[in-house]
Design a protein around this ligand. Structure first.
Ligand SMILES: [Fe+2]
Length: 272
């Protein structure tokens, strides 16, 4: 069929784990936008959701770190974190192994992607799913971009990974949705946790909305680290989504919530 839906969202663990500490006037509109993204995703009747994330040393470690990986399991489980800490109970998430294999084979035509038949979802995937598919009834194919352990894949390769995912989605009979999830500026697990560079975030999402490839790729990692923290490296997921959809983006929600450590963001992009 083709790519039927493309969106982006935040995934910080505080979104669920520190829910009660947030101002309800900020929290509830964000939750509503998150759930609406899920409603709109399901309206496109996808056979599977490719969820492009940036996991945090839950499955992939510095002994053998893939730049890109795609899941190929019958099912997944998560969260890997303490459910009480994250505010999300342990669950199983159906996979789509046959579709995964065909997507991986096509992505491999241009990207040397790793694959995994075992994958435990950390907050980076389970927080979005908690809002998008709360019944965990839509098959998920996790895809990961290493945004944590340098040397990191260059931004232009993240865009090319998105292009490969698009080509793969267009090559199969199934209806494929892609949602990418990452932080914009944030400084997780550092003394600066909670700091947000709203101006930088706004400028990045403006570049993303225009799907302006040159502007999206116009950062060095040194600049990202200086202005957006080590968490800012996760813009690779949003850049990959732009490479996949290549249409006009709409930022539906953009609200810094310091107790959640990020500018809480929801966006959709036309599939061009
Ligand atoms: Fe993250």
């Amino acid at each position: 069929m083709s790519l039927v839906f493309a969106g982006v969202c935040s995934h910080a663990p505080g979104i669920t784990g520190r829910a009660q500490l947030a101002d309800a006037a900020l929290r509830e509109p964000f939750y509503a936008a998150f759930r609406k993204l899920g409603d709109d995703l399901r309206k496109t009747r996808p056979d599977a959701l490719v969820l492009v994330g940036a996991e945090h040393f839950a499955n992939f470690f510095m002994d053998n770190m893939p730049a890109y990986a795609i899941g190929m399991a019958d099912e997944y489980e998560g969260p890997i974190e303490d459910p009480a800490w994250l505010g999300i109970g342990k669950t199983r998430i159906p996979g789509a192994p046959g579709l995964s294999q065909r997507l991986i084979a096509e992505v491999m035509q241009s990207v040397d992607v790793a694959f995994a038949e075992e994958w435990k979802f950390d907050h980076g995937l389970i927080v979005p799913l908690h809002f998008l598919t709360p019944e965990y009834d839509l098959p998920v194919i996790p895809a990961n971009i290493n945004c944590q352990g340098p040397p990191l894949t260059p931004l232009h390769r993240a865009f090319a990974f998105g292009e490969a995912l698009r080509r793969a989605a267009d090559s199969v009979a199934e209806r494929v949705a892609i949602i990418a999830t990452g932080g914009i500026s944030h400084w997780p697990a550092t003394p600066d946790s909670g700091k947000i560079n709203e101006a930088w975030d706004r400028d990045f999402m403006d570049r993303w909305s225009r799907c302006d490839k040159d502007a999206l790729l116009g950062y060095t990692d040194a600049e990202i680290y200086r202005d957006a923290g080590q968490g800012g490296f996760e813009i690779r997921t949003f850049i990959a989504l732009a490479g996949a959809a290549r249409g006009a983006g709409t930022v539906r929600h953009f609200q810094p919530i310091p107790i959640f450590s990020v500018t809480c963001t929801i966006g959709v992009m036309e599939v061009a």
